[in-house]
Design a protein around this ligand. Structure first.
Ligand SMILES: NC(=O)C1=CN([C@@H]2O[C@H](COP(=O)(O)OP(=O)(O)OC[C@H]3O[C@@H](n4cnc5c(N)ncnc54)[C@H](O)[C@@H]3O)[C@@H](O)[C@H]2O)C=CC1
Ligand SMILES: O=C(O)[C@H](O)CS(=O)(=O)O
Length: 486
């Protein structure tokens, strides 16, 4: 491992301001998905260590919430500056452990930092209300207060931004947070902790508990009565487990879960723009994002032209080690991901789909996979209703606007949706008809810290980023002040 600052490569967990090993000394290996080489090891913590981290957070909370918003904001600004000063090292760690191209890793570090910058500003604008009382003897005031000790469980696909998107509003609101990163990508989280400590985030306010599986740590986080809020980004299946576990102490939750994004190309679309939009929406992070297009639905009159244009662009994608110049398609995170992609492709082909580009494991071996484009896809195929989470673009066709909307909404998910049209009336009609938390019109890349990110139906609860993201870490208090009359 060669970084500009090697102290950012941490192989211990970070609990209550201390770098620690597991109580039983156990560790687990973290490998580079591009080479299968072991990058390093981290401690395999369990419920006992997690309990201590939660208790330390509770001890540290009063002093942190007593700081003014301006004081917390200044510390977040320092954390932001340190992250950007160390962007190259943080990106290198991410490409090593997650596999995405160094360009995408560098972009994610900046994206993750943008949440810290955003909430450093937003946290100074936590306003309340005064409400005219019906009683002259009373005054009514509404205040917003930090919810308390928070716990976060995050995924491997955005190992930096999915932490800062939670920690920044929590810290800004005056809350501590204990984070369990994905077992595949702990080093990005530990580097964030190192820089948080340097920025002045006090011991106990930010802890990172590493574990080879989420169950034990998750059970402690979701059942410990000290924890007031659990925020999770990951699969819908795990989100449901956590929600059940949180019910015993009725914790507030944010859930950013799975998706099944439709991408509709209407007959009046700018086809070149639609191809560009699909390339970024589908193949970003080798198709491993929750907002990746999962189903491309093209009007029959432009289907062949769109498919030909898209096939040409998909064929230009370069697969390889994320550190290699020009590579924009890294490896998938593990063999299970490869097997799911293969299952979706074989199921579609068996049922009549045609492979226009790719379709099989890449000649580089390991978890590298050919960017794939499928035509003649029909709704009886798995790719219709399961999230592929890989570099496969299935093309469906439709005849009418109503049919396209029906196809797009025919899923239990509701995270992101996209469509391309140059008709203003259609743009409003379709935007309003789509049952999704986020809609991209003539754009395939809509994620930003300034807008509310989140889904409806089984894609989750709550919103992250934007002014709405702070509310997830605040409670509303109504104060009735009586005895005012002399
Ligand atoms: N809505 C969103 O913003 C995002 C959603 N996702 C979704 O996540 C999935 C892929 O990411 P994965 O990491 O494979 O998801 P995953 O749900 O398997 O794992 C996510 C995290 O949950 C932990 N975990 C797993 N089982 C657990 C349990 N029983 N108790 C506590 N923690 C547990 C894992 O260790 C990891 O840290 C896809 O479905 C994708 O759509 C991923 C990123 C963003
Ligand atoms: O993990 C994800 O899929 C991210 O939420 C997607 S994004 O915010 O980078 O678009």
């Amino acid at each position: 491992m060669k970084l500009n600052d090697n102290s950012l490569f941490r192989q211990q967990a970070y609990v209550n301001g201390n770098w620690i090993d597991a109580d039983d000394g156990k560790t687990f290996e973290v490998t580079n998905p591009a080479t299968n080489e072991v990058i390093g090891t981290v401690p395999d913590l369990g419920a006992a260590e997690t309990k201590r981290a939660i208790e330390a957070a509770n001890e540290a909370w009063p002093a942190w919430r007593a700081k003014t918003a301006a004081e917390r904001s200044a510390i977040l600004e320092t954390w932001f500056n340190l992250i950007m000063e160390n962007q190259a090292d943080l990106a290198a760690l991410m490409t090593l452990e997650q596999g995405k191209s160094i360009a995408e890793s560098t972009g994610e570090v900046a994206y993750g930092a943008s949440f810290i910058k955003w909430f450093a500003e937003e946290c100074k604008r936590v306003y309340g209300d005064t409400i005219p009382s019906k009683n002259t003897d009373q005054r009514i005031v509404v205040t917003k207060e930090p919810i308390g000790v928070c716990a976060a469980i995050t995924p491997w696909n955005f190992p930096n931004a999915m932490i800062t998107r939670k920690a920044a509003p929590a810290f800004g609101a005056g809350c501590p947070m204990v984070v369990k990163p994905a077992e595949a990508t702990p080093f990005s989280a530990l580097a964030l902790a190192e820089l948080a400590e340097r920025a002045g985030i006090p011991a106990g306010i930010f802890s990172v508990v590493t574990a080879s599986q989420g169950k034990d740590v998750g059970e402690e986080m979701t059942t410990n009565p000290i924890v007031r809020k659990v925020t999770f980004t990951g699969s819908t299946a795990v989100g449901k487990i956590l929600m059940k576990q949180c019910s015993s102490t009725l914790k507030k939750m944010s859930l950013e879960l799975g998706g099944n994004a439709p991408f509709i190309v209407f007959e009046d679309a700018d086809l070149d723009a639609a191809v560009e939009g699909l390339m970024v929406s589908k193949y970003r992070n080798s198709g491993q994002t929750c907002v990746c297009t999962n189903r491309t639905i093209v009007h029959e009159s432009v289907y062949d032209e769109f498919a030909a244009k898209l096939a040409a662009k998909v064929g230009e994608l370069k697969v390889g080690d994320g550190f290699e110049e020009g590579v924009n398609q890294g490896p998938l995170i593990n063999m299970a991901a490869v097997e799911k992609v293969e299952d979706h492709i074989s199921d579609a082909v068996e049922k009549g789909a045609k492979v226009l580009v790719g379709g099989k494991r890449h000649e580089l071996g390991k978890t590298f996979f050919e960017p794939t484009l499928l035509a003649n896809v029909t709704t009886d195929m798995k790719v219709t209703y399961e999230e592929t989470f890989g570099p496969v673009a299935p093309l469906f066709s439709f005849k009418t606007e109503a049919e396209a909307i029906q196809m797009a909404n025919d899923t239990e998910f509701g995270l992101a949706a996209y469509f391309f049209s140059r008709d203003i009336g259609r743009s409003w009609r379709v935007s309003e008809a789509l049952e999704y938390g986020m809609v991209g019109v003539n754009s395939g890349l809509i994620s930003t810290e300034v807008a509310p990110f989140g889904g409806v139906k089984e894609s989750g609860l709550g919103r992250e980023g934007s002014k709405f993201g702070l509310d997830e870490y605040l409670e509303t208090k109504y104060i009735c002040m009586a005895g005012v009359s002399s």
